[in-house]
Design a protein. Structure first.
Length: 93
């Protein structure tokens, strides 16, 4: 049985890559989404580091910008002004 969707962060992707278990994600979830900031962190900024190449070659990984309405409830967890406004907060997610 698979769950419908998960939004992945960089640490689990890198960790699963290191132990060569990335393929467990599509076995557990129908869709695996990552925000553009996570893609950038793992594959661009992390080029040459563990996980970068393996993650960049995944065909089932979907890069998707979070909708602002989804981010609003999360804003209570972060001082928006401390990250330079809502636009920068969206990049963090």
């Amino acid at each position: 049985m698979t769950n419908p969707v998960i939004v992945a962060d960089s640490s689990p992707l890198i960790s699963l890559s290191i132990i060569e278990q990335l393929e467990i994600l599509p076995q557990l979830y129908q869709r695996i989404l990552i925000p553009p900031a996570v893609w950038d962190e793992v594959t661009v900024q992390g080029a040459g580091l563990p996980g970068a190449q393996a993650v960049s070659q995944l065909t089932w990984l979907e890069i998707q910008t979070p909708e602002p309405i989804i981010l609003e409830p999360l804003s209570i967890l972060v001082n928006i002004s401390s990250v330079g406004g809502l636009e920068n907060f969206e990049k963090l997610i």
